[in-house]
Design a binder for this molecule. Structure first.
Ligand code: WTA
Length: 657
């Protein structure tokens, strides 16, 4: 492990994952519906390349990946074409579509103006309380230009970072797209994150302005976004202006000279205002999105305009098989990468009508999802296994009450889907026949990498195969393939267009992705591959916890605990959870003289909630007097977790006992 000594690579436990080889061999194979195969976008592309057979096509795509991606890029608008498709001169850094002049926002909006698409609905907005509004592509274009003008008037220009902390409303989408227009990277923070999380992210990227709202709704409750934002901005010296979109209409304090209502400014901007898209370089930054890793500070994953756009466009087209008349609904919040790639950019570049939902699956009742599918005649729904598992518990009657016949394709993302949930989804939502796209990818990958397209036979609980041009494998820590039906590390062999370019302000941290296992991209997941080449993702091998599909770092939770005066040390782990996939359990060593009481446990859980956000709230807290550590004093969470779950502890040579 000579490559492994960078200080960011957490504990030495990262790659000592013991493969359980505890493999579920899935015999069930569900062939795709014939009419879907016949009409699929991927079928048309295969035919255009002279293939009938997927196997042969996939092999062709590996040998001709640049031809494939050139074809995809040509379907988008470029101000100036790219000179070379791919450059990998400064490994592990690389470039796609070099010297092209491009703007992703142009491809989401401008391109459609003056065509029939301008009158098509871009967003069906569904509020938490059931109120709704529809925005055509033209209306989104107007709104986006107005937001861009507001930002421009404030002096926001290419390269300036704009923080966005908003509910799922059309003004949020317009804000994201307005930043893209200006070439000003957006940095969206999930509305469920607490003030200190927002503050740290804004400070890390020196955000110049913040766009927020007075508040948002989730399940009938108000999220006081402005109040949280105020706390964060108080400790973010780079923020010059706070734009506040009124949504709840509740009175919020407005700081003189700093805060201004966005809706008021927008109204003053003439409807025909156009802020032309900045023709940025393909490799110019589109956004930063913070995500959790093995070490403390969340990392600012950097995505760029050109390759990211091409990757999102192509995967949306082929995986979800979007057709011109389709209504597409990705339930992910914009605060996560899925919201970026598949709630906004991918479907907009495919000119879909998109459902934008502010609320939660169980409010006002547990059939909310299914009533939305019925209301908007959704054709493609893309959600998380955790949502399916939580809705399963309410029984088959709830989906049966709704007309779900509009659906054609189902999708899942964010965590492994267990075969029972997969079968339930197929049976109750997919009328026993619809294909399920179990899509594996990450914030860092920008786009889906391992997933069926609707023409592949499916296995419950398997993300199936790498997409065209993508070469995935399961290897040991030296990079040697472990072969079918053995557990190992999931890796990808060659960069793809939408891959992150770096970690903002920390290129060394980016390098670890390509250096942990020599010369390949190491995803941080364990997986197995079967004899058909179908992948089954087992989960993270690092200290990332997936709570309801949301990515959290153990260290962030531990840091918040240790900031409490009663706490000396803490370890956070993810424990298997029937609904959430994983929940957080923390082990706490108290300071000398502090009594471990029930009320202190409650207080500490609340402390995490306040400092990190509701998602991170530990479900379990245990007071302990010692924790296993390495010789250098790092807590070995892997050992804590193995002990807790009664699993073999594995290699403990570096453990202090
Ligand atoms: C997990 C979410 C199993 C995985 C797009 C990965 C999955 C992490 C799947 C990335 C899937 C994502 N099956 N596991 N279909 N999709 N994961 O960055 O552990 O929030 O490394 O991106 O989610 O989480 P992130």
């Amino acid at each position: 492990m000579a490559h492994h000594h960078h200080h960011h690579v957490g504990t030495s436990s990262n790659l000592s994952f013991e493969h359980t080889d505890n493999i579920l061999i899935e015999e069930r194979l569900f062939p795709p519906p014939e009419d879907i195969v016949k009409n699929a976008n991927i079928t048309a592309y295969m035919k255009s390349k002279g293939f009938d057979d997927y196997e042969a096509f996939y092999r062709w795509s590996l040998a001709n990946r640049f031809e494939f991606w050139n074809d995809m890029a040509k379907e988008l608008h470029w101000f100036e074409p790219w000179k070379s498709t791919f450059e990998w001169t400064d490994k592990p850094f690389f470039k796609w579509f070099t010297d092209g002049k491009f703007n992703i926002a142009y491809n989401c909006l401008d391109r459609y103006m003056g065509t029939p698409i301008e009158d098509k609905v871009a967003f069906y907005w569904e509020g938490d309380d059931g109120s709704s509004r529809a925005y055509t592509y033209k209306e989104m274009y107007v709104l986006t230009n107005r937001v861009a003008k507001v930002l421009q008037n404030q002096g926001v220009k290419k390269g300036d970072r704009v923080a966005i902390y908003m509910p799922m409303i059309p003004e949020m989408a317009a804000s994201v797209l307005a930043c893209a227009r200006l070439g000003a990277p957006h940095m969206v923070v999930f509305g469920g994150f607490a003030a200190s999380s927002l503050r740290d992210r804004m400070n890390d990227c020196d955000a110049k302005v913040l766009i927020t709202a007075d508040g948002g709704y989730r399940g009938g409750k108000v999220i006081e976004l402005k109040k949280i934002a105020d706390e964060a901005v108080a400790e973010t010296p780079t923020i010059e202006k706070v734009f506040v979109q009124r949504h709840t209409g509740f009175e919020v304090p407005m700081a003189e000279g700093r805060d201004v209502y966005l809706d008021v400014l927008l109204n003053d901007i003439p409807e025909d205002t156009v802020v032309p898209c900045e023709p940025v370089d393909s490799e110019d930054m589109l956004y930063i999105l913070y995500t959790s890793g093995s070490t403390g500070k969340p990392k600012g994953v950097v995505h760029v305009h050109g390759g990211y756009a091409v990757g999102c466009y192509a995967t949306t087209k082929f995986v979800f098989d979007i057709k011109p008349s389709d209504v597409f609904w990705c339930t992910a919040d914009i605060g996560w990468v899925t919201g970026h790639s598949y709630t906004i950019y991918g479907p907009m570049m495919n000119a879909a009508s998109i459902v934008l939902f502010e609320g939660i699956p169980t409010y006002p009742a547990a059939d909310r999802f299914w009533s939305i599918v019925e209301k908007y005649k959704v054709n493609i729904i893309y959600t998380a296994p955790t949502a399916i598992r939580s809705l399963m518990r309410f029984g088959e009657e709830l989906p049966a009450r709704h007309d779900l016949s509009s659906l054609r394709i189902l999708g899942t993302v964010g965590e492994p889907i267990n075969p029972e949930a997969w079968m339930w989804y197929r049976k109750n939502i997919g009328h026993n026949e619809l294909p399920i796209m179990d899509t594996w990818w990450q914030t860092e990958t920008g786009m889906i990498l391992i997933s069926p397209t609707p023409i592949l036979p499916l296995k419950p609980g398997s993300a199936s195969r790498p997409l065209p041009t993508i070469e995935a494998d399961v290897v040991n820590k030296d990079g040697k393939p472990v072969g079918p039906e053995h557990g190992g590390f999931l890796i990808i062999r060659h960069p793809w267009p939408a891959q992150m370019r770096t970690i903002f302000g920390d290129p060394d941290r980016y390098k670890t992705y390509w250096e942990t296992i020599p010369d390949v991209y190491f995803a941080g997941d364990a997986a197995t591959m079967d004899k058909m080449g179908y992948f089954r993702i087992q989960g993270r091998v690092d200290d990332v916890i997936k709570v309801s599909g949301h990515r959290l770092g153990s260290m962030e939770i531990e840091s918040s605990l240790v900031s409490h005066p009663a706490v000396a040390e803490a370890a956070a782990i993810g424990k298997p959870d029937e609904v959430k996939g994983e929940h957080v359990k923390v082990f706490v060593i108290l300071r000398n003289g502090v009594e471990p009481t029930e009320s202190l446990a409650v207080e500490l859980k609340r402390h995490v909630r306040t400092l990190v956000g509701p998602l991170a709230t530990p479900d379990e807290l245990e007071f302990v007097t010692s924790l296993p550590k390495t010789r250098s004093g790092k807590i070995m969470r892997r050992v804590v977790r193995a002990r807790e779950l009664g699993e073999p502890v594995g290699d403990i040579t570096t453990l202090d006992v």
